[in-house]
Design a protein around this ligand. Structure first.
Ligand SMILES: [Ca+2]
Ligand SMILES: [Ca+2]
Ligand SMILES: [Ca+2]
Ligand SMILES: [Ca+2]
Length: 303
C-alpha cells in the first residue's frame, strides 16, 4: 500500500497532476485520538508526529455522550458537523483545540475541509474487574447478539457480582490479582497452595487447614495477608500455611465491590472521505476511514 508520509510530498504530487488526487492513507493513521474537548463544541482531534498538522472533527455541543452505548451519525455539513485538516506554522499542543477562541499562535497556514460524507461514532461498553484474568476466562456468558448475560455468568462466591466484575472471586478478602501469577498475561499461572481442586483465587480455605482464609485475618482489618507466622526465618501469611491455624474472633468487614465500565467509541468517516482546499481535492481510497477510538473508563462501586 502506498503511504504518504509528508504533506509536502503530497503537495508536490498535486502540483504534477492538476486534478484529483487519490490516496489510501494519511500521516495521521497511526496516531492516537487525543482526549476529546467536551466543553462547548465537541472536538475530536489527532496531531501528526511532527506536531504541526492536525485532523479535527467538530460537532455541536452536547451532541455526543461517550458513556452511552449507541451509534450516532452526523452528516458532514461544514456548519455543525465538520472535518478539518490544518497545517500550522509551529508545533501544536492539545490545549490549542479546547479553547473557544482559537489562539493566534501557532498560525494556521493551510486549512482543508471535508465537503461531504458522514461521521459515525459507535460506542460499546465492556465491564471488567481488572483482576488479571480476562473476562472470557472468568465464566462470562454471552447472549446470541454478543451482549453479556449477567445472570448466566459464573458467580463463584454468590455475592451477586459475576466473576468478570468481581475483583475478589472467592470473597476471601485476598484480591484475585494477588492469588494468581500473571507475570505473563498470555500464560496465567493459577496458584494452588494446598493442591486441591481449587486454585487459590476460587478457594476460600487456601491452605486447607480447616480455617477459612477470611477467618485467618487475626487483625480483623479485612486483609488476611498481613497476619503472618515466622517459619524458618520467613514471614508466611497464616492463610497460606496449615502450621498457623488460629481462627480470629473478630468479624471481618466486607469491602465494596469495585469494577470498571470501559466505554469504547469508534470514530469513522463513512460515505466517502475527501478533503478540499480551494480547487484541489484529496480522495481517500477506502470505504470507511477509521479516525480512531476514544476510551472512557468509569469506576463502578457497589452501593
Ligand atoms: Ca474476577
Ligand atoms: Ca480472593
Ligand atoms: Ca486450593
Ligand atoms: Ca486456611
Amino acid at each position: 500500500m502506498r503511504r504518504i508520509f509528508f504533506f509536502g510530498l503530497l503537495m508536490f504530487l498535486l502540483g504534477c497532476d492538476d486534478g484529483d488526487f487519490i490516496i489510501e492513507q494519511l500521516d495521521f493513521d497511526e496516531t492516537d485520538v487525543q482526549e476529546p474537548c467536551l466543553d462547548g463544541t465537541v472536538t475530536l482531534f489527532k496531531i501528526s508526529e511532527a506536531k504541526n498538522e492536525a485532523l479535527i472533527i467538530q460537532l455541536a455541543p452536547n451532541s455526543v455522550d461517550f458513556t452511552e452505548v449507541e451509534v450516532l451519525e452526523f452528516p458532514i455539513n461544514n456548519n455543525t458537523n465538520k472535518v478539518l485538516y490544518r497545517i500550522l506554522d509551529n508545533e501544536v499542543t492539545p490545549a490549542y483545540f479546547c479553547q473557544s477562541v482559537p489562539p493566534t499562535s501557532p498560525l494556521v497556514t493551510e486549512e482543508w475541509y471535508s465537503p461531504s460524507g458522514t461521521i459515525r461514532i459507535t460506542t460499546t461498553k465492556e465491564d471488567d474487574d481488572l483482576d488479571g484474568i480476562p473476562s472470557e476466562q472468568e465464566g462470562m456468558v454471552l447472549n446470541e447478539d454478543g451482549t453479556v448475560n449477567m445472570e448466566a455468568s459464573r458467580d463463584s462466591d454468590g455475592d451477586g457480582f459475576p466473576d468478570y466484575i468481581d475483583p475478589d472471586d472467592d470473597d476471601d478478602r485476598i484480591p484475585t490479582i494477588d492469588e494468581i501469577d500473571n507475570t505473563d498475561p498470555t500464560n496465567i499461572v493459577f496458584t494452588n497452595t494446598d493442591g486441591d481442586d481449587l486454585p487459590n483465587y476460587l478457594d476460600n480455605d487456601d491452605d486447607n487447614d480447616g480455617v477459612l482464609t477470611i477467618d485467618e485475618d487475626l487483625g480483623g482489618d479485612g486483609n488476611p495477608a498481613n497476619d503472618t507466622t515466622d517459619i524458618d526465618g520467613e514471614k508466611i501469611p497464616n492463610y497460606l500455611t496449615p502450621i498457623a491455624n488460629t481462627e480470629t474472633t473478630k468479624k471481618s468487614t466486607r469491602r465494596k465491590n469495585v469494577y470498571q465500565s470501559i466505554y469504547t467509541s469508534v470514530i469513522e468517516i463513512v460515505d466517502g472521505f475527501k478533503l478540499q482546499n480551494e480547487n484541489q481535492e484529496i480522495k481517500f481510497d477506502v470505504e470507511t476511514y477509521l479516525f480512531g477510538t476514544v476510551e472512557t473508563p468509569i469506576k463502578q462501586e457497589e452501593k
